[in-house]
Design a protein around this ligand. Structure first.
Ligand SMILES: [Zn+2]
Length: 205
């Protein structure tokens, strides 16, 4: 898979930055379909795709990754660990079960690292203070995800967290009557419609 070009086509149906990050694998139930993220540069390409960082920050991080490839590879490994950790935690949440205590301890270390690197700065236009990651560090790619995960997991609404039965992607069901079943009607919902149609036709024959 040409990861960089497929990242720019990646559907964003999670409804939250950390859920969209979990959904950077094509198919949760078919690992043989690969992974959109193959290197640190794929993560900055993903941030570019979701507009989760300014182009200037992305440029800085890409430059740092080029100068410190070993460090970038280490951060990338941690990003994938964080993604899989969040997937496991969200899976438990979708079934209303408590996440595994050791998973929560690991997530806490990611969150602690993120908040250690936050700085308060004055936002002139809004007339208020804002927490920001100001350090130009490669780890910044994980801090944003940890921060969003903390907000989602502590504020919820966790009842809205669901798993698509087609591809296993995680999403927030914001529909009025909580009836959303698929990550997207255009993909998994459509495949399901076609499959049911074919099964009906088979029965008729
Ligand atoms: Zn799906």
């Amino acid at each position: 898979m040409d990861s960089q070009s497929s990242i720019s086509d990646l559907r964003l149906t999670g409804g939250d930055l950390c859920l969209d990050f979990i959904n950077t694998v094509p198919h949760r139930f078919k690992p043989e379909e690969g992974d959109y993220l193959q290197s640190f540069r794929d993560i900055t390409a993903w941030y570019h795709h979701i507009q989760g960082m300014t182009p200037k920050t992305i440029q800085t991080l890409d430059r740092l990754a080029k100068s410190y490839p070993q460090k970038a590879a280490q951060v990338f490994t941690k990003s994938i660990q964080l993604r899989e950790l969040l997937y496991q935690i969200c899976l438990q949440v979708t079934t209303g079960k408590a996440p595994a205590p050791h998973d929560l301890i690991t997530l806490s270390t990611y969150i602690a690292e993120a908040y250690t690197n936050m700085e308060l700065s004055w936002q002139k236009e809004q007339g208020r203070l804002q927490l920001q990651f100001n350090a130009p560090a490669l780890e910044q790619v994980n801090w944003h995800i940890a921060q969003h995960a903390l907000q989602l997991l502590t504020n919820g609404p966790l009842k809205q967290v669901k798993q698509c039965p087609g591809c296993g992607w995680i999403f927030l069901d914001k529909s009025k009557n909580s009836s959303r079943r698929w990550c997207s009607m255009a993909t998994c919902g459509d495949i399901d419609k076609v499959t049911r149609f074919q099964q009906r036709n088979k029965k008729r024959k």
